[in-house]
Design a protein around this ligand. Structure first.
Ligand code: ADP
Ligand code: ASP
Ligand code: MG
Length: 424
């Protein structure tokens, strides 16, 4: 007998028929004698609708009330899922974040889980009941208010519960077969990865692959949770095991000898969540970077890519950097209000950019991986606005209009296009 956490995302519980299909996966595991706790997201589109209500109600809405509103989607799907299980003769009970409780800090909209009281779920296990838990929600014990964990946060709820329950496995059921070398909706020839390391998954999630929330991967890595991403829409009887996210040394385990040579690159991602700001003719003196970036840091604005271009013979340079699109307007206002202190000529900005990233642990031991990309994109006339690199990835900022083309070019360039088989 194993203990399993099974998480179903928004598309997996989008309709009553889909909930019934998801229930068939749970039934398979129950029939095999396993203990199961289910985590559900809101029905597809529900959270977006609730977020839009908040914004329509007031552009300066109260974040505690935002959480009260957006958390409600998961309440509905948890109740419906429990009813659907009961209808199949499987005893079940729904639990909301505040009922267990899942205790969090008080950062509304982006709360972090501090502790989970598992006693109600453990009692359900003894009673042979399936506990159906609302993902995404927690309870701030400081204020005794509902909190939410950030968009996509049900993944994090599931992994945190798996860690707290010492579950044998945490299965994230979604609308694709697992983690692919890139978004399969953009590149139909993307390969399903059967095993991928925590580090690479973390980079892919941070750099735009929304298949798992970043925090869920961090938690799985810290607590060594056996994490899988798999499809809800497969036949529940012969369910494919999808992708296993595991330690780097386990990625090549049990592989056929001919697949033991790994590709240098594991995945390509894109993120439209960036905006670019350029300051023209910034005075090139010590302290100028601090004058630009300290006020942004004070306002909690995360600056990502930074490029400074000087021109010979002039005492000025151009400074380009990116900020999250949600902080774009605020960042421009802050920079303009510090114009005299910084000393620049003009500010230019655009949100019409995309960050394309190429990820792979193989980059640690291979030189020239990024250079190949620069050439391939230049041949197609795609201009690179900014570049950042780290040990296992590099990111390029380009015009948003080229997103799909650039992802496809890079995916093919690094040999990731599916030749009929899956990659390890
Ligand atoms: P859920 O509602 O189940 O949480 P999400 O929409 O959050 O599902 O995440 C699944 C989606 O992630 C897929 O439909 C796919 O388009 C997208 N995605 C982006 N990059 C990848 C990738 N590398 N592998 C798999 N899916 C990806
Ligand atoms: N329903 C929430 C969202 O749409 C949480 C989740 O789906 O993981 O962001
Ligand atoms: Mg999701």
């Amino acid at each position: 007998m194993a203990r399993l956490v099974m998480k179903f995302g928004g598309t997996s519980v989008a309709t009553l028929e889909r909930i019934q299909h998801a229930v068939a996966h749970v039934k398979r595991e129950i029939d095999a004698g396993h203990e199961v706790a289910v985590v559900v997201s809101a029905m597809a589109g529900k959270t977006d609708e609730l977020v839009a209500f908040c914004k329509q109600a007031s552009s300066r809405y109260d974040h505690a009330e935002y959480d009260c509103i957006v958390a409600s989607g998961e309440q509905v799907s948890a109740g419906l899922f429990a009813i659907a299980l009961q209808a199949q003769g499987i005893p079940a009970r729904s639990w909301q974040g505040w009922q267990l409780p899942i205790k969090t800090d008080h950062i509304h909209g982006a709360a972090r889980i501090l502790h989970i009281d598992c006693s109600a779920i453990l009692t359900n296990f003894i009673e042979k009941k399936v506990a159906v838990i609302t993902g995404f929600q927690g309870l701030s014990t400081q204020e005794r208010r509902i909190t939410t964990l950030g968009r996509g946060g049900s993944d994090t709820s599931a992994v945190a519960l798996a860690a707290a329950l010492k579950a044998d496995r945490c299965d994230i059921y979604t609308d694709v077969k697992g983690i692919y070398t890139t978004d399969p909706r953009i590149v139909p020839r993307a390969c399903l990865l059967r095993r991928v390391s925590f580090e690479e998954t973390l980079e892919m999630a941070s750099l735009g692959a929304r298949v798992l929330q970043v925090r869920s991967v961090e938690l799985a890595m810290i607590h060594n949770v056996k994490l899988r991403v798999r499809s809800t829409f497969e036949d529940p009887k012969t369910a494919d095991m999808g992708t296993l996210i595991c330690a780097e040394e386990d990625v090549m385990k049990d592989q056929e000898p001919e697949t033991l040579e790994r590709s240098v690159v594991t995945g390509v991602t894109y993120s439209r969540d960036e905006a670019q700001i350029t300051l023209r003719r910034v005075f090139d003196t010590p302290g100028v970077a601090a004058a630009i970036f300290n006020p942004l840091a004070d306002a909690n604005i995360n600056v990502d890519m930074i490029v400074q271009v000087g021109s010979d013979g002039t005492p000025t340079s151009d400074m380009t950097f990116t900020v999250p699109i949600s902080s774009y307007d605020q960042a421009k206002t802050i920079i303009e209000s510090n114009k005299e202190k910084i000393g620049f000529d003009t500010l230019h900005g655009t949100a019409d950019v995309v960050k394309i990233s190429v990820i792979g642990v193989g980059m640690k031991s291979h030189a020239g991986v990024a250079a190949k990309a620069f050439t391939a994109l230049a041949e197609k006339g795609i201009n690179i606005r900014a570049i950042t690199t780290s040990e296992i990835k590099f990111s390029l900022l380009i015009d948003a209009a080229y997103t799909e083309l650039a992802v496809r070019i890079l995916h093919a360039l690094y040999g990731l296009d599916d030749a009929g088989e899956t990659k390890s």
